[in-house]
Design a protein. Structure first.
Length: 186
């Protein structure tokens, strides 16, 4: 997602955490661009701001907020990025509608997330460790893509799809979790 960023663009990272993707994006968009991170946790926003100050980043902003209710103006962003965050949202449609709202006309959504290849076992959905690993909230792939379309996006393309595996993953999940990268336009 970051490879496609251009100088001067305004980029928004949904669920930015300590800001790693924001800092990488800021280098791509340069001094004429802006990289914004939104995160739900005060600690992460504070940490990201501290890192930005320490290393002299001048084209970054970090905001406290929910991705289902972004503290960002309508039609103000060129590119929305996100990495393994939307699957943690309870209301994924609302999150995608918010991304659509803040994008400028013709703006681009570039996200990587975990989806399922079929239905997850019920015990996995209720397991707190699975939530912490970004797995329990994952939607079935075709449903996930349908929600993106429902939010208003066009030209939705899966540009990368691979089986997700992590050491210690529940054996029942091998082959059921996919890591996908999706590109779509407003």
């Amino acid at each position: 997602a970051l490879a496609e960023l251009k100088e001067g663009e305004i980029v928004l990272d949904l669920g930015s955490g300590a800001g790693i993707d924001v800092f990488l994006a800021s280098k791509k968009v340069g001094s004429k661009g802006l990289a914004i991170g939104v995160d739900i946790t005060k600690e992460m926003v504070k940490k990201a701001r501290k890192i930005a100050k320490k290393y002299g980043y001048t084209n970054v902003e970090f905001k406290l907020g929910e991705i289902e209710n972004l503290p960002i103006e309508d039609n103000s962003v060129d590119v929305v990025i996100s990495n393994c965050v939307i699957n943690l949202c309870i209301d994924k449609l609302k999150a995608f509608k918010e991304a659509y709202r803040v994008l400028k006309p013709g703006g681009k959504l570039m996200i990587s997330d975990l989806v399922t290849n079929g239905e997850l076992p019920e015990e996995v959905k209720k397991n707190l460790d699975a939530w912490a690993e970004c797995i329990a909230g994952a939607m079935e792939k075709n449903e996930y893509l349908k929600v993106i379309k429902e939010a208003g996006f066009k030209n939705i393309t899966v540009i990368s799809e691979k089986p997700y595996y992590e050491p210690g993953i529940n054996e029942k999940l091998i082959g059921k979790i996919l890591s996908i990268t999706v590109k779509a336009y407003k």
